[in-house]
Design a protein around this ligand. Structure first.
Ligand code: TTP
Ligand code: MG
Length: 453
């Protein structure tokens, strides 16, 4: 905890969906779901309009389709567009301070003290937050973000979550516990389902309840390292530094059990929950990895890791879980396990295109469509399979637009862009030679030779 509110945390609102609504004016103010659009797809994010119907990140797309009204847009992801927008935002943050730590594609910490130029009074940082939000919206063509500012990473991050979307919360130094203690324990990073369950059983629901427990109590409940960590966080004790440009080498999650677990069914459920978190973080970072690792610590503290490397990178929680479960079966849980971890390494960044590409027949996400070079025996996709919902296209006569739907040899395109009014829909033959895949559109009006201001 620092003496001044010098740590800023930014998290953009419904990020992928917000970029879609910027580039597709007919979708503004409407429910939009971005993710895998095939039979077994998973939701990456939903616009706030779609969240009103219950659509959520990590839900199956099939479930989101059941919940959302007709006319909801279900779109595959356009990673190049998200990256470009993210780069613009990260550039604005770097203008505030040399110490910027991007956490994911839409989230970063900034150490305002490191620039030596900011007045760090509560009034001044509040004004700085307000003006940053304005500049982000202007530079991104209307994508909004939520900002939290406080004396630590913990308080800044909680602040950015408190008033989402388009929020700004400054936690004045000295007021940390007033903000922290009413929150549920699950709002602290590192409290997974197993820990939360354990804490709930002994009546610990809020961070305040947690703070009322002694350190030995917490150590007895959740183990030594974890207990000490929670004891400190519940008191807002957090001195973690903002580390610039952290390079992510692997994404993993582990849980320590307070009692050794032997039941493979219970362990399997823990693996599923960890794989879901790992998959979500990979998705969020726009990355995937080829090596899945299972870490386990036995009752006698011997620790081992087992891994399997796939031919294709994955970020699919079901695939990660299936491999980790198999590795557990091979390693065995004899004598009991006190710790289990699931990780993915060998990471690569999605370049562009339909990052949620999936065959409609339920084939795995590592579909041959992604790697024609390594799957020569696969026939080329039928013409309408080249198109996916949300994709940017250009038609030689009709101009720029995006794919709304496809099937039965046809493709439906809406001809509009970030700088146009909502545009008309046309149905074309899927093999129309005048229709081409296109790069994401520019959202900034070209600065022509207008009057100089
Ligand atoms: P988040 O910041 O968690 O979510 P969000 O920006 O969509 O919504 P908000 O912050 O307003 O609650 O994640 C940022 C992006 O990362 C999100 O737009 C899509 C992607 N993502 C996934 O692909 N899978 C996931 O499970 C999550 C949580 C996010
Ligand atoms: Mg976000």
């Amino acid at each position: 905890m620092r003496r001044e509110a010098s740590i800023l945390h930014l998290d953009l609102d419904a990020f992928f969906a917000a970029v879609e609504q910027r580039d597709k004016p007919s979708l503004r103010g409407r429910p939009v779901v971005v993710g895998g659009v095939g039979g077994r797809g998973v939701v990456a994010t939903a616009s706030y309009e779609a969240r009103a119907y219950g659509a959520r990140s990590a839900m199956s797309t099939a479930e989101a389709r059941r919940r959302c009204p007709p006319g909801t847009a279900f779109l595959g992801g356009r990673f190049a567009a998200y990256r470009r927008t993210s780069d613009v935002v990260m550039g604005l943050l770097r203008g505030l301070s040399p110490l910027v730590e991007p956490v994911s594609i839409d989230e970063a910490y900034v150490d305002l003290a490191a620039s030596g130029e900011h007045d760090l009074s509560v009034d001044a940082v509040t004004e700085l937050g307000r003006s940053l939000k304005e500049r982000i919206a202007a530079a991104t063509g209307g994508v909004t973000g939520s900002v939290g500012i406080g004396s630590s990473k913990l308080m800044a991050k909680l602040g950015s979550e408190l008033d989402k979307p388009d929020g700004l919360v400054v936690v004045p130094p000295g007021r940390e516990l007033d903000v922290l203690h009413p929150l549920p324990v699950t709002s602290l990073g590192g409290v997974g389902p197993a820990t939360a369950e354990r804490l709930h059983q002994v009546g610990v629901k809020t961070v305040g309840d947690l703070a009322a427990r002694s350190l030995p109590d917490l150590v007895a409940l959740v183990g030594k390292a974890h207990g000490a960590g929670l004891h400190a966080l519940a008191r807002a004790e957090d001195d973690r530094a903002v580390v610039p440009d952290r390079e992510v080498k692997s994404v993993s999650h582990e849980e320590t059990f307070e009692r050794d677990l032997t039941d493979l069914a219970v362990l399997g459920r823990e693996i599923d929950s960890m794989a879901t978190r790992v998959g979500a973080r990979l998705h969020k970072g726009g990355i995937s990895g080829r090596t899945v690792t299972l870490k386990l610590r036995r009752y006698d503290f011997t620790t081992l890791t087992r891994s399997q490397t796939l031919p294709q990178p994955t970020d699919d929680p079901r695939q990660i879980a299936a491999i980790a479960r198999r590795l557990l079966q091979e390693a065995g849980a004899g004598g009991g396990l006190r710790l289990l971890g699931v990780g993915v390494s060998g990471l690569s960044v999605y370049a562009q295109g339909d990052l949620f590409a999936e065959e409609d027949d339920g084939a795995p996400v590592t579909a041959a469509e992604d790697t024609p070079a390594e799957a020569p025996e696969e026939p080329p996709p039928p013409p309408d399979k080249r198109w996916w919902p949300g994709q940017d296209v250009r038609h030689d006569e009709l101009g720029a637009g995006w794919v709304w739907g496809r099937g039965l040899g046809r493709v439906t395109v809406r001809f509009e862009g970030p700088l146009t009014a909502p545009g008309p829909v046309r149905t074309l033959a899927a093999d129309d030679p005048a229709l081409h895949p296109a790069d994401p559109p520019d959202w900034q009006a070209p600065s022509g030779p207008g009057p100089v201001s």
